[in-house]
Design a protein around this ligand. Structure first.
Ligand SMILES: Cc1cc2nc3c(=O)[nH]c(=O)nc-3n(C[C@H](O)[C@H](O)[C@H](O)COP(=O)(O)OP(=O)(O)OC[C@H]3O[C@@H](n4cnc5c(N)ncnc54)[C@H](O)[C@@H]3O)c2cc1C
Length: 466
């Protein structure tokens, strides 16, 4: 069969594939994107980012979580009704998101090919479509096959009440007791959602604190808020066995403790989707953890084959996947538009409350030998937060003692994933905390907290002798 020729053939229509395809097509390239799902958008649109954020929003709205304490009244819907509304809203938003991706592909004249793709030699991509086989050949091929939930050995995922980060979306009832294993972003997000829904939530984290990559003060603050909302947090604990005892779902913990729950979520990370796509045949190298190895331009070990997104490993974010895809397309076609991925990318965790971070944590800055100071302001001193009844959390600035240059921003609190971009802009500009001192902020806003964190930083400098 003579291959159909394209400038770019992308395997995987998630954030990495979509944005790479659109970038190349925008600059006049003829692009095909293959995905085994009926719809484009990847797991981000239908299984992970979009549905979880919609569930979170729906859970907070439908239960009146937090605000019910302010007004002494929440919405009084039964759990079945809440679940039904949440499901309906999630399906609606997933559809809107998938449609938006489809329209983006159409606008860029990108051909969406539905089917299972497998690489052959010389950048041939064989696609098993519902109607037979299509053979495509790209001047360039981009692998953006994403990831799937990692299943730790010995966990009975066949049990209908034992879930991973995707099957949890199929839950048929709101559990009264819920165990979340893993205190990373996904664990924190789902634990918050179920707490809002009224479940008794226990989180088990193997390390000494949740969100281990975050600034220590921020993870501790988040843990305190969780506990304040009634969550049980077990740190330095691992689940050693999971099974049924007299019909009840039981999780055995290191140290001999046992938890009994209606349902459990194992948020144990993700593994790249690399099996069955012909990597060996095409000469694409993977590392010892099965991730596709790329250089700084997202080139793999095989001529003309690039890879981007979750399939190349951390950070495992849609935000990063999109940028990697765009940069890969630019390099592949010599388009001098976007040469590198932002080294100061922010991170948002959509727990309740949210976490936002950018730049260095205080510990990382000290470990790097920098002479640093920090400033912080709690939301309880902020007028907007008081009005909204969202006083949990703080803004923390990490900066150099000598030049007051901003090195990192760490926020826990409502809208932290939005607020973090103010700090990111200052970091990008190489600014100092003086920016926050000199700027006038709208009042009342949560953003104003930056100013008071900067004042606190100045005070600490003068107290500790600058
Ligand atoms: C619960 C959860 C919540 C998350 N929330 C966020 C968030 O809020 N913000 C954020 O930035 N990130 C979030 N993420 C991470 C985000 O979902 C991923 O980083 C992102 O989806 C990666 O995009 P991708 O394009 O690499 O892969 P994917 O979105 O996984 O897409 C890969 C596509 O490739 C297709 N594919 C694979 N193999 C083949 C094949 N052989 N042939 C054809 N098609 C194939 C798949 O069908 C899939 O559609 C979250 C993750 C989880 C688990």
């Amino acid at each position: 069969m003579t291959p159909e020729r394209f400038d770019l053939v992308v395997v995987g229509a998630g954030p990495a594939g979509e944005k790479a395809g659109a970038q190349a097509a925008y600059f006049g390239k003829h692009v095909a994107i293959v995905d085994r799902r009926d719809d484009p958008g990847g797991s981000a649109a239908s299984k992970t980012g979009v549905p979880t954020k919609t569930l979170r929003e729906a859970a907070l709205y439908l239960t009146g979580f937090r605000r019910r304490d302010l007004y002494g009244a929440g919405m009084d819907l039964g759990p079945e009704t809440v679940l039904e509304h949440m499901r309906a809203r999630t399906a609606e938003v997933v559809k809107l998101s998938v449609d938006a991706v489809r329209r983006n592909l159409e606008r860029h004249d990108i051909e969406f090919v539905q089917g299972d793709a497998r690489l052959g030699p010389s950048r041939i991509v064989r696609v098993a479509t519902p109607g037979g086989e299509r053979v495509l050949r790209g001047e360039v091929v981009l692998l953006a096959t994403g990831s799937r939930p990692f299943h730790p050995p010995g966990v009975p995922f066949e049990d209908p009440d034992v879930h991973d980060s995707e099957s949890i979306l199929e839950l048929e009832r709101i559990p009264s007791t819920f165990v979340v294993v893993g205190g990373g972003p996904v664990g924190c997000e789902y634990a918050s959602i179920f707490l809002a829904l009224g479940a008794e939530v226990t989180m088990v984290e193997r390390g000494p604190r949740i969100l281990p990559f975050a600034d220590a003060e921020i993870s501790e603050a988040l843990a305190r808020v969780f506990q304040g909302h009634g969550m049980r947090l077990l740190t330095d604990a691992t689940v050693t066995s999971t099974g049924r005892v007299d019909g009840a779902l039981t999780l055995g913990l290191s140290g001999g403790r046992t938890l009994v729950a209606d349902a459990a979520l194992f948020a144990s990370g993700r593994a790249g989707t690399t099996e069955g796509i012909g990597l060996e045949e095409a000469g694409v190298r993977t590392d010892e953890r099965g991730r596709i190895v790329v250089d700084e331009t997202y080139r793999t070990s095989a001529e003309g084959i690039y890879a981007a997104g979750d399939v190349i490993g951390p950070p495992g974010l849609a935000s990063a996947a999109m940028e990697q895809g765009r940069v890969a397309a630019c390099h592949a076609f010599g388009i001098s538009f976007k040469e590198t991925v932002d080294p100061l990318a922010p991170l948002g965790v959509y727990s309740v409350p949210e976490v936002g971070m950018v730049g260095m944590t205080e510990d990382a800055a000290r470990e790097a030998g920098l002479d640093v100071e920090s400033g912080r302001a709690p939301f309880e001193t902020n007028a907007r937060a008081r009005i909204a009844g969202a006083t949990d959390g703080l803004v923390k600035l990490v900066f150099g003692r000598e030049d007051r240059r901003l090195l990192g921003v760490h926020i826990v609190g409502d809208d932290a994933a939005e607020l973090i971009h103010i700090g990111q802009a200052v970091l990008h500009a190489g600014g100092s905390i003086d920016y926050f001192i000199h700027s006038t902020f709208n009042v009342p806003t949560l953003s104003e907290t930056y100013k008071y964190a900067a004042y606190d930083g100045l005070q600490r400098l003068s107290r500790h002798g600058s």
